[in-house]
Design a protein around this ligand. Sequence first.
Ligand SMILES: Nc1ncnc2c1ncn2[C@@H]1O[C@H](COP(=O)(O)OP(=O)(O)OP(=O)(O)O)[C@@H](O)[C@H]1O
Ligand SMILES: [Mg+2]
Length: 602
Amino acid sequence: MGNERKRSPHAFLTLLRPYKLLLTAGFLAACGESLVDLVEPWPLKIVLDNVIQDRPVASWLRPLVSLGGDNKLAVLGLAALAALIIAAVGALCAYGEKHFITTVAQWVTHDLRKTLYFHIQRMSLSYHDHVRTGDLISRLTSDIDSIQSFITSGLLSALVDLLTLAGMVSVMFYLNWRFTLIALSIAPVLFVVVYRFKRKIKKLSREVRKKEGQIVSIAEEVLGSIRVVKAFAREDYEQRRLEEESLATVEMSLKARNLKAKLTPLVEIIVAAGTSLVLWFGARMVLGGSLSTGSLVVFIFYLKKMYKPMQDLSKTTDTYSKAAVGYERIQEVLNSAPEIKDRKRAKAAPRFRGKIELDNVTFGYEPDRLVLRNFNLRVEPEQAAALVGPTGSGKSTIISLLARFYDPVEGAVKIDGSDIREFKQRSLRDQISIVPQESVLFQGPIWKNIAYGKPGARSSEILEAAKLANVDEFAAKLPQGYDTIVGERGVTLSGGQRQRVSIARPIIRNTPILLLDEPSSGLDAASEELVFEALDRLMKGKTSIVIAHRLSTIRRADVIFVLKDGGIVESGKHEELLKKGGLYAALCELQFASGDHLAKSK
Ligand SMILES: Nc1ncnc2c1ncn2[C@@H]1O[C@H](COP(=O)(O)OP(=O)(O)OP(=O)(O)O)[C@@H](O)[C@H]1O
Ligand SMILES: [Mg+2]
């Protein structure tokens, strides 16, 4: 973390690099604003010193004044005109600065969002297993927003403030250096105070952001599972959980706000001390003749203006610390490398024949909790294999390993004899179709959900897949047919209907390898029969692995593997295994017994 934080200012600049031109334009406008701030009191000074009093006009002004006829009225006219021009230029520059900087801020935000989303999507599943979605969402939204608001309201205005300060100090030194030293004697105090507050505020801001991320996480989790929450009547509990986090945020924000609230008056008091010093010494110097009235006015004007940038700078620290924290949190994600990466020399996978091997694979999601130990499995090309075994024995894990969602700790997963780590992930997954254990649909029309795995699919293909997977049976009856919009996560369909849509997806993709994780668990016996008929046709000429709890569905498999405790205890055809009288036979017995029981109870 330490060196990441050190790196961030540099990385932040990289973010701005593509917008050099816009930034330069913004910067120039900002310089204009500073300049306007600097010259603003000068017409007044000239009027006071050269029109009201009789001081001689400064030598650099003389040619200008002589244009107007070299009298006091001419000087006055010029001064009034100058005041007007200065104001107009100021207005123009202020507009330009805002315009350019807002544009930059919007584009930077867009770039960041794009990069971050790209990265998050490419992180391995093991990463997503551990982070909370809500937290990622808050990084993608609020943290990026904080950077945007810093660029819009902090970046250039801080620069303008610094420039204005530098300019004013120079002019003051030019007018009277001793008096300038007196006027600036409070600056170091101001600096120390602001700096110390800034550090504390930044620390609190970081905590607040973290808590806010947690709130989004909770809300995301609960709203995503609102059915479960309601079913178990846990609304109050969830309410309390959110309130607790929210209260913690309030507490922390109040602490931060309290610090900020202390800072502003403190700065004001220090500034007031400075102003009274200037009044006291300045008036005496004017009386003594070593300072002109106009100069004193310029001094006081500058001081008022000067403390404003100083105060603003201390306000900028607030937007800055928020943005810095946001940037840190974004970097944290960007700096975590995906665990599963294409190797340097990874090549595109050739068209698979479909021989699948797990060669001495040891794997666990957590290093200390192995799911598979020295696991071996071999499925020949065009074979239909089935995995059965008790819950938690590692069946879905095998499918995840085959798609390289995770890498084994030891051993290798091979397709056609090559370690799948030699292939580009994309080319590997392009040739594998998976029906996951939980069918997930996206918000959108049914046809789009079917075509998810093959974006350019023709409507005839979609329809055919839908027919094969029995989607047609219910979709055709819907008032809008295949155009019916399925709700978020597919909740507007029944479990079985969702599953059928999810089965239609691989059909349309037509890949050499098919992995089906309980494709029929949500179907009634009749639809299951139909779907499996369709799948049989689909599996022809392809290698497939089907996981099923209902043994009736896998009788036809070429080979059945029986898993237990992270290893294969038996394998063979249905009849062979039945004869053997082992775990498979026992499982069959159990299911038939319960089937009998059901039959009797009817
Ligand atoms: N993402 C994960 N992170 C950590 N542990 C996991 C993860 N997924 C599964 N596990 C653990 O790995 C083991 C095997 O899980 P797996 O999902 O492969 O079982 P399964 O055989 O498919 O079970 P089921 O028949 O219930 O679907 C289980 O003990 C489970 O707790
Ligand atoms: Mg499973």
